[in-house]
Design a protein around this ligand. Structure first.
Ligand code: NDP
Length: 245
């Protein structure tokens, strides 16, 4: 993991689950990590853990649905470390339900966080990376970004969108400015993601499968692999699933 050393990596949604595991894993491998999310106390505890283990990290309270917060996050990373090598658009929510439940507020929220949040992250990182003529954007999709199941229509739509955005970014920027883009598509992973489900039917389904999820470190290792590859090698997509599902 020599190529991770000293890279400045911004991670959204770093206060739990995959974001937390990724921050800890890459910090162990020498990255300087900027952790962002809304829960400041959780972020601070993770930063404290990283520093106690000899790593380097700072936290920034930021909501991905605010384009302004994303710009401030990028500026904080620049002020602190002078550059941004990797931006991980990881924040996401999954309050799944059947369309006929008409949970319109949750549809809006998923589109805001999962799609606009990724776009606002790109809007904050891209000008800096273009100026550097290098950088790496890593976006979290899902196996639900390739297939739709009953109750996942809107979540899947957001994760299909993340695939399209990531592919578009790759086509536009990789040859032109050397900026790499990577899509990470996890299957069921043991995190807090299912806690946001409010539909009783989906809560019941989630209860039955939640213990089959894999560790968030399984996804973190895939992210670390993509970051560690040399600059001339672009890992465009990685899907990581539980063996048992
Ligand atoms: P968690 O719920 O554990 O983590 C989600 C993170 O997103 C939290 O840190 C949360 O922090 C943050 N977040 C949510 N809303 C916002 C917001 N508006 N602004 C900033 N941060 C926000 O779930 P996971 O670790 O599982 O999720 C990470 C990504 O992985 C998501 O994109 C998810 O869709 C994807 N994924 C997860 C799978 C799984 O089975 N777990 C499978 C496939 C994909 P805070 O609340 O502090 O802001």
């Amino acid at each position: 993991m020599e190529n991770i050393k000293n890279k400045v990596v911004v991670i959204t949604g770093a206060s739990s689950g995959i974001g937390e595991a990724t921050a800890k894993l890459i910090a162990q491998n020498g990255a300087k990590v900027v952790l962002a999310a809304r829960r400041e106390d959780r972020l601070q505890a993770i930063v404290d853990d990283i520093i106690r283990d000899g790593g380097e990290a700072v936290s920034v309270k930021a909501d991905v649905v605010s384009a302004e917060d994303m710009l401030k996050l990028a500026q904080t990373a620049l002020q602190k470390y002078g550059r941004i090598d990797v931006w991980v658009n990881n924040a996401g929510i999954m309050p799944n339900s059947r369309l006929n439940e008409l949970r319109v507020d949750e549809w809006d929220r998923m589109i805001d966080v999962n799609v606009k949040g990724v776009l606002y992250g790109i809007a904050a990182a891209l000008p800096i990376m273009c100026e550097q003529q290098s950088g790496h954007v890593i976006n979290l999709s899902s196996t639900a970004g390739y297939e739709v199941a009953p109750t996942s229509a809107v979540y899947s739509a957001t994760k299909f969108a993340v695939r399209a955005i990531t592919e578009g970014l790759r086509l536009e920027e990789s040859a032109a400015s050397g900026i790499r883009s990577t899509l990470i598509a996890p299957g069921l992973t043991r995190t807090e993601l299912l806690d946001g489900i409010t539909s009783p039917e989906v809560q019941m389904m989630a209860k039955h499968i939640s213990d089959k999820g894999i560790s968030p470190y399984s996804i973190a290792r895939a992210i670390a692999f993509a970051i560690n590859e040399p600059d001339d090698t672009l890992i465009s997509e990685i899907m990581v699933r539980p063996t048992a599902l």
